[in-house]
Design a protein around this ligand. Sequence first.
Ligand code: ARG
Length: 627
Amino acid sequence: MVSASSEQQPYGDAFRYFPFYHVYQQPSKTSWTKIVIMLQILNTLERFHYKKLRYSPIYAALSKVLDLPPENLIKSISAVPVSKKRHVADFQLSIASVTEDSSSDCLAQDLNLQAQKLAERLKCDAVVSEISAGPGTVNFTIHRELLAKIVLQQVLKDGSEYGVKSELFSTVPRQKAVIEFSSPNIAKKFHIGHLRSTIVGNFIANLKVALGHEVIRINYLGDWGMQFGLLGVGFQRFGNKDKLKSSPLQHLFEVYVQINKAAEDENTKKLAKDFFRKLEEHDEQTLSLWKQFRDFTIEEYIRIYKRLGVHFDEYSGESFYQEKSQEVLKMLEDKGLLQKTITGTGIVDLSEKKDLSSFSTVMRSDGTSLYITRDLAAAIDRMNKHSWDTMIYVTDKSQSNHFQHLFQILKLMGYDWAERCQHVSFGLVQGMKTRRGEVIFLEDVLNEVRSRMLQNMASAKTTKETEDPMETAEKVGLAALIIQDFRGLLSSDYQFSWDRALQSRGDTGVFLQYTHARLHSLERMHGNEHLTDVNVACLQEPDAISVLQHLLRYDEVLYRSSQDLQPKHIVSYLLTLSHLAAVAHKTLPVKGSAPELAQARLCLFQAARSVLANGMKLLGITPVTQM
Ligand code: ARG
């Protein structure tokens, strides 16, 4: 039985049984000794009892003898990925990462040999039941009963914090991050790039928050520029205040399309210029109309983002930085960075040799600012306002040059924090069309995915009666969109396909949702189990072990995604988890099994569902409980 006393006794004295318990008492320092001591860390509590371990005297002693910071040990030992070939070990120690002579010319053969030698010198103990050498690794199998106890206890105890509390993150400093994403343009199309920015930015923000960072989510609207001159004139000609209030996105877009057709005519051009000039001069009436465009647009966006489960702390925009970009130009001039071309435009030389082989235009010949000037002002303003540690911009890769230039100019201006700015870019998506045709509004995509999903659900035999089919369809459909988008590297382009995204089998968001709903209904039927009353030692079948081993790896996957900000690690982890859980669900029935076995299995499924739900939420998916 698993005792409820993990607080007082976290397998706390398991270390006493280790074969090399004596080693840290006599600091003889061969590199083998180091490795051997590291193994004790592995064998003991390190992977599981991260927090407590920090205060344990053994921990301090080990770290001292090793003369190594504990973080180094933690990353050398990882959970073995579950493979189709069964009976793999649970953990592996990578020899390359711990030997002192692990230079690049250290041959693979040597590493294998070292692994073998080390494995031979080690003995099993109360925790480790099997030790073997693999290619460059020493592999460890934990006693099955212990594996089940430790994993399930940790998962069920930590709940939504499972994985994020891992020692892997203990050395990562908590930071304040500004994340700017979505950032559509008023009166223009909300294209698939904006959708990608929205879900990617939301994922990054969720992950950072889960890992304990402070996050500020900013939506930087395209709410300024010459197009507002045209839009203003268009509105005076074709606009309708009621329509502006009731459906601002659609109405403004229509007005903009209409006036664009007329814009060839010189008179319209002149009127548009006048309108924009008045806007820049802050003419009250002009400004008030513009403000209505902006306010109504934001109001509608907030409503639509809500369907996506996305929110922002700030609705900023280019308009905020009209005046401040004049200050930036002044600063550039004072620092001797602003050069004028013969035509009078202002540029900043970005080349190393100062030969203008690379430059950025920051001012029009009439002295007005450009997109990049406003971005300079915005970055400086955000630093003043939030003193962030890192700032992330999420847009498609066509803007990579823009952001490289932005960061370079900030650096030239003497802002060292420019190095802490990051552009997270993503590839292009081809072929996203709705039944109405080309995608113009975010809402079109949401409605389309919902109605397609609703149809699929209606025709599927497995569909259950749900309380709110529309809402279920929306959540499942969104999961499908997100998983299709997050499966590959963000930088790769892909061909969009509704059918592929919405398949119920295979590696889709629908499959994740379906697995979650099934596991949830198990709990609904049989009730939740409290680990304290359950004998998890009876979870010995290979299908159960595979699930446990996979659960063991969650923290490493989170760690990877937190390092490169790629959601694909989490996606493939969750897909594998769902496959393993689906197999286990088939081969390890709860219903009809002896009570002890049924309870233990329920615990296993409960743990799998908990981690599945945690991971889905990070990706921006709301797990459904019925479908
Ligand atoms: N509104 C821009 C667009 O639609 C994206 C803004 C990106 N962010 C920035 N700080 N420049 O292309």
